[in-house]
Design a protein around this ligand. Structure first.
Ligand code: COA
Length: 154
């Protein structure tokens, strides 16, 4: 089955919400509300199969002048291990480059995947913009179980 990566449209938001909720229920990532996803729809990429079903998502979240996050990356398990996670991450990074971003980061439960994408582990404290903007409001703060990782874009 073929698949393509494209920018999200407003009518993808319900599918993005359902996919993230499904993954969050398994503790794989943090959930996001529908209203938050409508606000952030322009930051999202989706992977769709040849029937137009959303089978993967990822978002670019700018944190500071040259710093941005790969956020809400998820691929349905039945569509995994086919390179979609890699393609979604690359789409987010390409978009970041166009905006003038020079450093990407991720807070993740799957450091092994991000290592494959060229990211290296750093202390969370090295990302103060993330802590100020998001972590302080997170229900898990300060007991964050995610691994902070960064990658410099060329
Ligand atoms: C992590 C996730 C996005 C990977 O998606 P995927 O489409 O299966 O990944 P890909 O097929 O593109 O894999 C790319 C490479 O990463 C490796 N990889 C994938 N998942 C991995 C993992 N959990 N640990 C280590 N390596 C992993 C693959 O083996 C592949 O390596 P290769 O290039 O040497 O063959 C997907 O498993 C997922 O949605 N997980 C649940 C949600 C999640 O953890 N999201 C990340 C939140 S930041």
């Amino acid at each position: 089955m073929s698949s393509r990566i494209r920018k999200a449209r407003v009518n993808d938001v319900q599918a993005i919400y359902d996919l993230l909720k499904h993954m969050a229920a398994q503790g794989l990532l943090l959930p996001r509300s529908l209203s938050n996803l409508y606000e952030a729809v322009q930051s999202f990429f989706v992977a769709e199969d040849d029937e137009g079903k959303v089978i993967g998502v990822a978002a670019l979240q700018v944190a500071w002048e040259t710093l941005a996050e790969v956020r809400s990356l998820a691929v349905l398990p039945e569509s995994g291990s086919r390179g979609l996670g890699r393609r979604l991450t690359m789409a987010v990074e390409d978009e970041a480059r166009k905006l003038g971003i020079t450093r990407m980061f991720s807070l993740t439960y799957v450091p092994g995947f991000f290592e494959k994408m060229g990211y290296t582990i750093v202390p969370l404290e090295s990302l103060p913009q993330k802590i100020w903007a998001v972590c302080f409001q997170c229900v898990h703060y300060p007991d964050c179980k995610e691994t902070a990782m960064v990658k410099d874009l060329d």
